[in-house]
Design a protein around this ligand. Structure first.
Ligand SMILES: [Zn+2]
Length: 310
């Protein structure tokens, strides 16, 4: 059976035809206008029609970066897109004439990884998508955990520092402001400003404007400040995972997202920090920490599979 998975990002719509084994048999990519909800729905419909041509498609799964309601049809709010109470399922369904399910993008990624990627065969998984923020997805007892109203697993917005750094969600001190790509850049900038002598490589590479890529490159070249920034992010990541393990006792964490491209610079330390801070340490099995395997297509593949199981 073929379904179409769609991943709506801030700047583009990625879609693919996916079979029962999670294999993408065809794909398409379109730019989108994040500030215009109607245009986004039309872009999705366009790309679905193109991919459906000459194929028997059963359903469409849409991964969207926002708070999706428990009926998997309405995006109530999206921090980075102009959606407010957006009836995405109805709009897209009406345009393409196929059953549609809408899912939070991080949930879709988690499901894709558990079904076909790093979490295959695991029943209790916490997936962390580490990019500019932290997207969370929880698979609990073999099922995607959505919460009572579909708003569960917003793990990046646990407050870890009272009155801490301002978060995109409007609050302060959220975990994603300390353990994400944004956090890495903020830490590197802070350290470079306070101790420029430790950031010579970084400052030379960045030429005045420090961004994530430069921090990664500088760290690889041994820049002290950049390595320290990675260490801070790793420690915060480990701390957060230990807290999540205290609540949910997962068998496995999966780390994905843009920052995982620099996994060699922080994952070992994050794993150590996690094990060190685990409550009941020494008297319990320790969850594995794995890297995501499906890369950027995890969300699309997961959404397509969730549409199959609607
Ligand atoms: Zn937040």
């Amino acid at each position: 059976m073929l379904t179409i998975g769609v991943d709506i990002g801030g700047t583009k719509v990625a879609a693919g035809v996916v079979d029962d084994d999670g294999t993408i048999v065809a794909q398409a990519l379109r730019p989108t206008a994040a500030d215009r909800p109607d245009v986004v729905a039309e872009t999705v419909a366009d790309v679905v029609r193109e991919l459906a041509q000459g194929r028997q498609i059963e359903a469409v799964g849409v991964g969207a970066a926002g708070f999706v309601d428990e009926t998997r049809s309405i995006v109530r709010f999206a921090p980075n897109l102009a959606w407010r109470e957006e009836p995405l399922q109805k709009k897209i369904g009406g345009l393409v004439g196929l059953p549609v399910v809408v899912e939070n993008d991080a949930n879709a990624m988690a499901w894709g990884e558990v079904r076909f990627g790093a979490g295959r065969g695991q029943s209790h998984v916490i997936c962390l998508t580490i990019g500019t923020g932290i997207g969370g997805g929880i698979v609990f007892d073999g099922r995607l955990y959505r919460g009572r109203w579909g708003m569960g697993a917003e793990l990046g917005h646990m407050q870890v520092v009272p009155d801490g750094r301002k978060c995109g969600c409007g609050r302060h001190g959220c975990w994603e402001q300390y353990a994400s790509g944004n956090a890495l850049v903020a830490d590197a900038r802070d350290i470079a400003a306070a101790h420029p002598e430790q950031a010579r490589i970084l400052i030379r590479l960045a030429g005045g404007r420090i961004e994530g890529e430069e921090v990664t490159e500088a760290a690889r070249q041994g820049d002290e400040a950049s390595l320290a920034a990675f260490a801070r992010v790793a420690d915060w990541l480990g701390q957060g995972m230990a807290d999540l393990a205290a609540v949910l006792d997962p068998g496995c964490f999966i780390l994905g997202g843009g920052v995982s491209r620099a996994a060699d610079l922080f994952v070992d330390r994050a794993r150590e920090a996690f094990e060190e801070r685990l409550t009941g340490k020494g008297h319990r099995p320790v969850a594995e920490v794995r890297l995501a395997e499906l890369g950027a297509s995890a969300g699309l593949v997961g959404a397509a599979d969730l549409a199959r199981k609607r």
